[in-house]
Structures are given as structure tokens and as C-alpha cells.
Write a protein that binds this ligand. Sequence first.
Ligand code: MN
Length: 286
Amino acid sequence: MKVGIFYAYWVHNWDVDFHPFVEKVSDLGFDVLEVNAGTVANMTVEARSALKTHADDRGLDLSYVVGLQHKYDIASENESVRKNGIGFLKTIAEAVGDMGGGPVGGILYGAWPETPLDGDFDRRPSVERSVVSMKEAIKSAEDNNVTFNMEVVNRFEQFIMNTCEEAIDYVKAVESTNAKVMLDTFHMNIEEDFFGDAILQAGDLLGHLHIGENNRMPPGYGRIPWTEIGAALRKINYQGYVVMEPFLMPGGEVGRDIKVFRDLAIGMDLDEEAHKALQFTRGVLK
Ligand code: MN
């Protein structure tokens, strides 16, 4: 099982140079560095190639994640917004394709964050529009050796899917082997009845897994049932990446978007904590 970490653990703003993180994350012993898909899509072909070469040299795999901005909402009522979103997903698939392909996850099916303002809001038309858009966008994932992993997030961040079951329905409706389910233990802790059952239900459709504690601390500092999760992953013979996504620092775009309002990193050495969390994860999920 390859274990990774999301670079944003160390930064305040989303757009950064990923090269220092290739060094850091491989030095810490991780197998995978997860980067921002939007940043990669905006890089030049040469810059993408340099990043991929650097990661290869350090024996590090890359994975990619993004939450769509409202102007790219593929579930929008506005046709031109949906078109822009489909175009953005295609640009990401092509950019990642330039780097050999790989997993692209996150809130790819709608805007992030998104909350309906009307209590009587019917989400079904949004889900249907999103599926139609995704059927179009997924073609470029198919052409570029890319998997689009639909990240199930909690109710305070999106409404299109909040449970693994809803994600399975969505992925089946998209009808592409390049569309998969992505789970995140932080969100599962809020929405799923049982962690193990959700993972078993996803089965072969589970394409990517984010791990983090209930408080978004590194694995080992909270109440997530890691033994139950590990058993379920073994049972489905999970072959995808496990990427930790701790967020400890308030401030900047990341602190604002992730809603980190207090400093959870007081007295902590972030690198040392990442290394400890990696050892912990390998121990409980092996
Ligand atoms: Mn996540």
C-alpha cells in the first residue's frame, strides 16, 4: 500500500512551487506526494515535465486533487458555467496525461464549498446535470490515463454526495471505468454509519482514499477506527493510494478554505509529525 501526504499541510496558499515538497516528502519516507490539480493545469508543459522528472528521480508517485471553483461548477444551472467546468476538467486530465496520467480526486462533480440557500431545494436536478457534464469530461480522463475520483465530503461542504452509497450511484451513472469513488475518513466520520461497511460497499470502485483524524490532525491523534479501516481495505484488496491530509495551521487561503480557526500546530514540528503519522499509518493499515 502506497502512502502519501498532501503538500497543503505545510502551506498557507494553494499555488506553490511543488519541487521543495518532492524533496521533503521523499526524505520523510512517503511514497506519494499529492499536489493541487489546478496549479498543475496552469503550469507550462516544461514545468510539468520537470516536476514529473523530479518526482521520478526521488521514486515518488504524484496524485492530484481539486475542488471546483464556482465558475467551473459542472452542476450549475447555467450552461456556460457547466461548459467552463467541463473544459477545466479536460485541461486537468490533459495536463496530468502529459505527466503519464494518474489519479485526480476531489470535488470534481460540483462547486466547493456549496450550500443551497433554500430549505426546499431539490438536489436531484443538480445531480443529473453533474452526471451529464461528467460523462463528457470523463472522455478526456479516458484518453489520458487519468482516473477521476469523486470525493465524498460532508454536508457542510457539498450536497451532491455525502455518503459512499451516493457516490457509488453517481459513479455508476457516469458509466466509465475511469470514474471512481474517493473516501476521506474526516468526512466519513460525520456521514457514514460505519467506516468498514462504507469501504466494503465501495469495493472495486474505491479509487483513492484520504486519511485524517476527526479533527484533521495527523493519523494517530484522534478517534478514527484505524483497525476497522485497515481490515476493510485488506478485504477489498485495495490497491490505490492512501493519502493523509492533515490541516493544523490557520491563516491564508488554506486556513480560510479548510476553516482552521485555531492553531493546532502549537509545539509541533510538522515534519516530525508527518513522519510519525506515516509510521502510524503503515502500522495500522498494513
Ligand atoms: Mn479530502
